[in-house]
Design a protein around this ligand. Structure first.
Ligand SMILES: NC(=O)c1ccc[n+]([C@@H]2O[C@H](COP(=O)([O-])OP(=O)(O)OC[C@H]3O[C@@H](n4cnc5c(N)ncnc54)[C@H](O)[C@@H]3O)[C@@H](O)[C@H]2O)c1
Ligand SMILES: [Zn+2]
Length: 365
């Protein structure tokens, strides 16, 4: 069985990323050193399918486990869930040398990461991501957080894990919409920094959509190597480098909010990438043929590329004005200047974004 393995070297921690097939039930063999007790945090969907295998995989290496199952879904990414986990850890007398194992998608990873970073001022953390989005994006890089009723990810920390172990076979059971939404983040790496990867994705579209595990392993590895490179250069998003990963996310976040989160993150990012590339074309920074290539490629994977007709475009601009990237009315976002090339630039004014809508029928968010 082939495993891919590489290290992420950040200022705060160096940790391995391990990617493979059917590795959950021997996960204990893949974790280096002593991890104490394993405190598994997962959700009620994943626990039904894979929890027994994970527990078995830890047990067979002599790792004792205790599990907390949270309700699945973004609406549970809250401080209430954090409190549930603090109580769980405290009642079980968890120590700093024990390990929180985040077993799930980005929601579980973000909550568990936040709890691991704050419980007793920081305990060990291993991410075992089970969605494509979590495997190619959220499990690496150390961003943790939960939502407040006032907005998404308003409370959080930077906290790198001790290891990331991704079993691509878990993606077989992922609903198609979630799988395709995760592909938007994969395509993003190709667009912003890795032209060759972008072409590879297009050339292998059919096998990717069939979730060929060999191919998905290769894609997860390439995506994470790209992400790791950026995170190593700018761990805490302070040097103007890590922000390029936000390509498509300024418009994308506004679409998510405007749709009351009925549009999946990755899907909103796909539309956001198109609109932000359109801004680059209008600024004279990007050839319009590249915008067309982007639209074509996203459509190939079944991603939508137009703002849905139910979304009020003027409301999107209002939301973007509140974006934390706005300073003095000016928005600095990653601007695509070629396929695989991105620069941080100020866009004129958030009032003049001229987003394109689909059917012209604005409605309230
Ligand atoms: N920390 C970061 O850097 C970062 C980056 C991107 C996104 N995020 C966050 O990630 C979250 C979105 O993550 P997500 O898209 O993984 O959503 P998610 O965690 O809600 O998972 C989506 C759904 O799929 C189910 N699921 C998970 N794995 C499955 C599997 N293998 N088979 C069947 N069902 C499965 C889950 O139970 C859930 O219902 C958002 O909260 C976002 O803010 C964080
Ligand atoms: Zn994203």
């Amino acid at each position: 069985m082939t495993l891919s393995r590489f290290n992420v070297r950040t200022d705060s921690k160096v940790y391995p990323v391990i990617i493979g097939q059917d590795i959950i039930d021997r996960i204990g063999d893949l974790i280096d050193g002593s991890i104490g007790r394993g405190f598994i945090v997962t959700d009620n969907v994943i626990s039904e399918i894979y929890l027994d295998s994970l527990i078995q995989g830890l047990k067979s290496s002599g790792i004792e486990t205790v599990t907390k199952v949270l309700q699945a879904g973004e609406s549970f990414k809250t401080l209430e869930s954090v409190k549930v986990l603090y109580d769980f850890l405290a009642n079980e007398l968890a120590s700093r040398s024990d390990t929180l194992i985040a077993f799930g998608g980005g929601v579980i990873g973000d909550i568990a990461g936040f709890v691991a970073s704050t419980f007793k001022r920081g305990m060990n953390l291993v991410h075992v991501p089970t969605t494509l989005l979590a495997q190619v994006d959220s499990a690496v890089g150390g961003k943790t957080g939960v939502n407040l009723s006032e907005g998404k990810n308003l409370v959080g920390t930077f906290y790198q894990p001790n290891a990331v172990i991704a079993d691509v076979c878990t993606l077989k059971s992922l609903p198609l919409d979630d799988f395709v939404a995760g592909l938007a983040e994969v395509i993003k790496y190709g667009v912003i920094m890795d032209h060759e990867f972008f072409q590879f994705l297009i050339d292998n579209k059919d096998e990717i959509l069939l979730r060929n595990p060999e191919l998905i392993s290769a894609i997860v590895e390439r995506a994470l190597r790209n992400k790791a490179q950026i995170v190593e250069e700018d761990e805490r998003e302070e040097k103007g480098r890590r922000e390029i990963l936000n390509f498509g996310h300024t418009v994308g976040h506004a679409i998510e909010i405007c749709s009351n989160h009925t549009i999946l993150h990755g899907q909103a990012v796909a539309i956001g990438m198109v609109e932000e590339a359109r801004i680059a074309v209008r600024m004279g920074k990007l050839d319009s043929s590249i915008l067309e290539t982007l639209i074509y490629s996203l459509s190939l994977f079944g991603l939508s590329t137009k703002i849905p007709s139910g979304i009020d475009v003027s409301q999107l601009s209002v939301i973007m004005k509140q974006d934390k990237k706005v300073r003095n009315g000016q928005l600095t976002i990653p601007i695509l200047v070629g396929l695989g090339k991105t620069r941080m630039m100020v866009v004129d004014s958030v009032n003049n974004l001229n987003l394109v809508r689909r059917n012209g029928d604005d409605k309230q968010c």
